[in-house]
Ligand binder design. Structure first.
Ligand SMILES: Cc1ncc(COP(=O)(O)O)c(C=O)c1O
Length: 360
């Protein structure tokens, strides 16, 4: 935790109330006494709502009957790693959403890191590197699309390249796509499972939690098109599938079914905040590097030019503003930090001003 004098810009949640239809649905649920155990059969209602959402927003037809429910997304990924991934190393692109780094070994798989060159002009997946990872024994790729913290919405061509390498090695993909609805104007979200030739080797994890600020309510969805894979997951011990909440189910249905106008307004706001961040960096931290933020509200900053091993700690100590240290996402990587822009323009300006005065 941090003191009240510290500006928070680290945790991946937004400073905004969730969508009004979600608030209404949750209020009704609580008033009507729906706070007991979740309906474990509710995959249907959430699945229908997500199917409509995916069709409208991504032009994707979710395969019928493929939506299963999990608690939070990390629990869903853990379930997949423990009960679906084949034994053997799991490859992951670095910098990575930091809990992945522990989750992979914790679920019994060696981790095979696929680091991005911090000096690369663009954050693109290196297919030769991926090919080498599978050739050296990796059996699964934990793909993050759109990528946190790279800020990339991978293109169809890039994902087709991944699919081809994976297929050539008979490997598998767990696609964490919980940032899918948060692709900003100018880019597009391509669900990995929307590519031909993926449903035999891939599953996806999606959720309303990031886009609608519902992380505390716990209802992620696993998209598992292959019946054989669904049966395997359904057979997993009940204890490994805990965590689903009735509030999460209700919120997800309302968000997917009725949240489009709110989400559109959110994306317009994030678009303007990323532009504002670009301007603030140019003014206060001209040596900072930030690749274009195509998706998510999490900016990945290369601050190596300012000479601090860990600029986030310096910012916290001297500037009373908290970012996430880059080394959390890629052990040993100096000079980087992740900054959350999902706040007000005034607060974003203050965050950058404090960061700049602390590190420059
Ligand atoms: C890529 C990614 N996956 C998973 C999660 C965790 O989601 P949940 O809180 O639903 O477990 C996050 C949270 O920021 C994330 O960025």
């Amino acid at each position: 935790m941090v003191g009240p004098d510290v500006l928070p810009a680290w945790v991946a949640e937004m400073d905004y109330l969730t969508a009004p239809p979600v608030v209404d649905a949750l209020t009704r649920l609580v008033r009507e006494g729906g706070t007991g155990y979740p309906n474990f059969e509710a995959g249907g209602a959430v699945g229908d709502a997500y199917t409509g959402f995916a069709r409208r927003r991504f032009g994707w037809s979710v395969p019928t009957g493929s939506v299963m429910l999990a608690g939070h997304s990390l629990g869903g990924i853990r379930l997949l790693l423990e009960h679906w991934a084949e034994p053997g190393p799991v490859a992951v692109h670095l910098p990575a959403y930091h809990p992945f780094l522990d989750l992979i070994p914790h679920s019994g798989h060696p981790r095979l890191d696929l680091p991005l060159d911090p000096d690369a002009a663009e954050a693109r997946m290196d297919l030769d590197q991926l090919d080498r990872a599978f050739a050296s024994g990796a059996r699964t790729l934990l793909l993050c699309n759109p990528h946190n913290p790279w800020g990339r919405a991978f293109t169809r061509e890039e994902l087709e390249g991944v699919r081809d390498v994976v297929t050539a090695h008979g490997a598998r993909v767990i696609a964490d796509e919980i940032h899918g609805p948060l692709v900003l104007p100018g880019a597009a979200f391509t669900p990995y499972l929307s590519l031909p030739g993926t449903t035999e080797h891939a599953v996806a994890v999606v959720a309303a939690s990031k886009a609608f600020n519902l992380a505390g309510l716990h209802c992620a969805q696993l998209i598992v098109p292959a019946e054989e894979f669904r049966e395997r997951l359904e057979a997993a011990p009940f204890l490994d599938r805990l965590g689903l909440s009735p509030m999460g189910i209700t919120a997800a249905v309302a968000a997917y079914a009725e949240g489009d106008p709110w989400l559109d307004a959110l994306l317009a706001r994030l678009d303007s905040l990323r532009a504002q961040l670009g301007g603030l960096l140019a003014e206060h931290l001209p040596e900072a590097r930030m690749r274009p933020l195509e998706a998510t509200y999490l900016a990945w900053l290369d601050l190596r030019a300012y000479g601090h091993e860990d600029p986030a700690t310096v910012a916290l100590d001297k500037g009373r503003v908290r970012l996430d240290p880059g080394a959390q996402f890629q052990p040993g990587l100096p000079g980087h930090a992740r900054l959350n822009v999902a706040t007000s323009p005034e607060r974003l300006a203050e965050i950058v001003a404090r960061l700049a005065s602390a590190i420059s």
